[in-house]
Write a protein that binds this ligand. Structure first.
Ligand code: MSP
Length: 509
């Protein structure tokens, strides 16, 4: 089976990353872990986008040279990846020589094939978006609607890509599932918006900047550098060696899944596939665009002082809970407000009260009533837990992270209710012979829950798995479980080991 190739947008290195940026990466990591666990070979790519006018401005402000500046930010982004336990297989920087070479060669071919041309252009340029805006894009104050600043009139002789030639082809490949180059875009409402906009007409786009030095020089026009966005999009093929090891490239391209946020969907669903078609490559197979995090309704911004960074969350909740909480604040695809308070509430209910309590009281009672040794049990499925969790694989395929969490919480709840209704403390007093079967079932439930949680909470799931007396890796057990093989847990006679409190309750001040 071909490898599953999954990407995140490469992080723009003009400032420190915040949790909005980390969100896409955590989502990609959960999926990468899920696909690996279910038997796919995965190639998961992320990286940093390091050219353009905004980088020059930020570097100047920091009193650094652009390269020195992006080296620092790229390292900070890599720190976030480590902090969040991200398992990317590769990391691309657009200042890597191999990437710069690909950008040059890719466009040298489009130049030779007549797919790009030079013309004088005057337009309204927003330096924050790094793009020309049409008058219709401006808000009532005649400002960029995203950045609330007036665009500057810029006139340049630039190179243009004949994007307009691909209008019909793009509409077809986005809408027709049977098209051999079909690009599936989710959520469907966003796909429909893109198709609607495409049908109103498509303009050729400028792909170079004459007034900028910090970019990749055009091989056929030394006065110009490539526009940062076309440079950045090519990371998805430069990182897998389009002009290097062709075998590796053919194994991975077309990408199975590009994750993006909604603000950059147009670049990924329109400009990127058109560039690939112009070169003679197949567009990616699937794009999923998620929503935006806001804080009390506002965009996260340094000016508003409301930026939340991964380090703060990990300091407060630990890495596993942070990954879980980040993904579950809003349905993937929708916008939503995030806050420390909402995350703390969710941490306390889902993790400290529900999951933590299930593990802790089951193991405490096991020690008290059964000497901490896994008893003989009824075997098979316990408390219908496996049926309860059976929708989870489909939910992973549809990227319904919040529904997976709900399903898992329901399963945990069910096990907790079973404890309440069976009242093992009474059973123990009465020497009820059914006590062993009850604990066998509870341990089996806890094991099944940890298998399903492993992509979100790799560390905690492993701890839980070991606590019920299992040797080996929970992900290995999960692979067998999802392949439909019998997995033996809990194992009669094994000793359980109660871990330290998994999720200490947090008091919100
Ligand atoms: N460099 C480009 C991507 C190039 S891909 C060829 C870029 N970088 S970014 O750093 O600005 O954003 C990285 C990702 O984080 C994007 O998907 C972006 O939309 C996402 N987010 C940035 N702020 C966000 C929120 N507040 N909420 C959710 N996602 C957010 O775009």
């Amino acid at each position: 089976m071909a490898k599953f190739y999954i990407t995140t947008p490469i992080y723009y290195a003009n400032d420190l990353p915040h949790i909005g940026h980390d969100y896409t990466t955590v989502a990609a990591d959960v999926l990468a872990r899920w696909y690996r666990m279910t038997g796919r070979e995965v190639f998961f790519l992320t990286g940093t986008d390091e050219h353009g006018a905004k980088i020059v401005q930020a570097a100047e402000k920091a009193g650094k040279k652009p390269k020195e500046f992006v080296d620092g930010i790229s390292a900070e982004f890599k720190n976030d990846l480590k902090l969040l336990d991200i398992t990317n297989d590769s990391f691309i920087r657009t200042t890597d020589p191999v990437h710069e070479k690909v950008v040059s060669e890719f466009f040298a071919k489009l130049h030779a094939d007549g797919k790009i041309y030079k013309k004088k252009y005057e337009g309204l340029y927003c330096v924050h978006c790094e793009k020309f805006l049409s008058p219709g894009d401006l808000n009532e104050d005649l400002c960029c609607p995203d950045h609330k600043v007036k665009p500057v009139t810029q006139s340049e002789e630039n190179w243009f890509f004949k994007l307009s030639e691909y209008q019909d082809r793009l509409v077809k490949l986005l809408s027709d599932e049977n098209d051999p180059g079909h690009l599936a875009v989710y959520p469907l409402e966003r796909r429909n918006e893109i198709i609607g906009k495409l049908k109103t007409g498509l303009q050729d786009i400028s792909i170079s900047r004459a007034s900028l030095k910090w970019g990749i020089p055009m091989p056929f026009d030394r006065e110009q550098v490539f526009y940062v966005w076309v440079d950045a999009l090519l990371n998805y093929i430069s990182a897998i060696g389009i002009f290097g090891d062709r075998k590796k490239f053919d194994e991975l391209w077309p990408a199975d899944l590009h994750l993006t946020a909604k603000d950059i969907l147009w670049f990924h669903a329109v400009i990127w596939p058109a560039m690939l078609l112009a070169y003679g490559l197949r567009p990616p197979k699937k794009l999923f665009s998620h929503g935006y995090f806001t804080i009390n309704g506002d965009k996260m911004s340094k000016t508003l002082g409301n930026v939340i960074r991964a380090k703060e969350l990990v300091g407060r909740f630990g890495v596993d809970a942070t990954r879980y909480l980040l993904l579950l604040q809003v349905p993937f695809g929708s916008d939503g407000d995030v806050s420390f308070q909402a995350m703390t509430e969710r941490y306390n209910t889902d993790l400290a009260n529900n999951l933590g309590n299930l593990v802790s009281r089951t193991l405490t009672m096991m020690e008290k009533y059964l000497g901490g040794i896994v008893p003989e049990g009824a075997g098979g499925t316990a408390f219908g837990m496996e049926e309860e969790l059976s929708p989870v694989p489909g939910m992973f395929d549809r990227l319904e992270f919040n529904r997976i969490a709900e399903q898992i919480q329901k399963a945990i709840d069910k096990a907790n209710r079973n404890i309440e209704s069976s009242a093992p403390w009474k059973m123990a007093k009465q020497n009820d012979p059914a006590l062993a079967g009850l604990f066998y079932g509870l341990l089996r439930s806890i094991g099944t829950i940890s298998i399903h949680l492993a992509p979100f909470m790799p560390g905690v799931s492993q701890k839980i798995w070991e606590s019920i007396g299992q040797a080996g890796n929970v992900t290995a057990a999960a692979s067998d479980y999802f392949a439909g093989k019998a997995v033996s847990y809990p194992v009669k006679g094994n000793k359980i080991s109660k871990p330290a409190i998994l999720f200490p309750r947090i008091q919100d001040k």
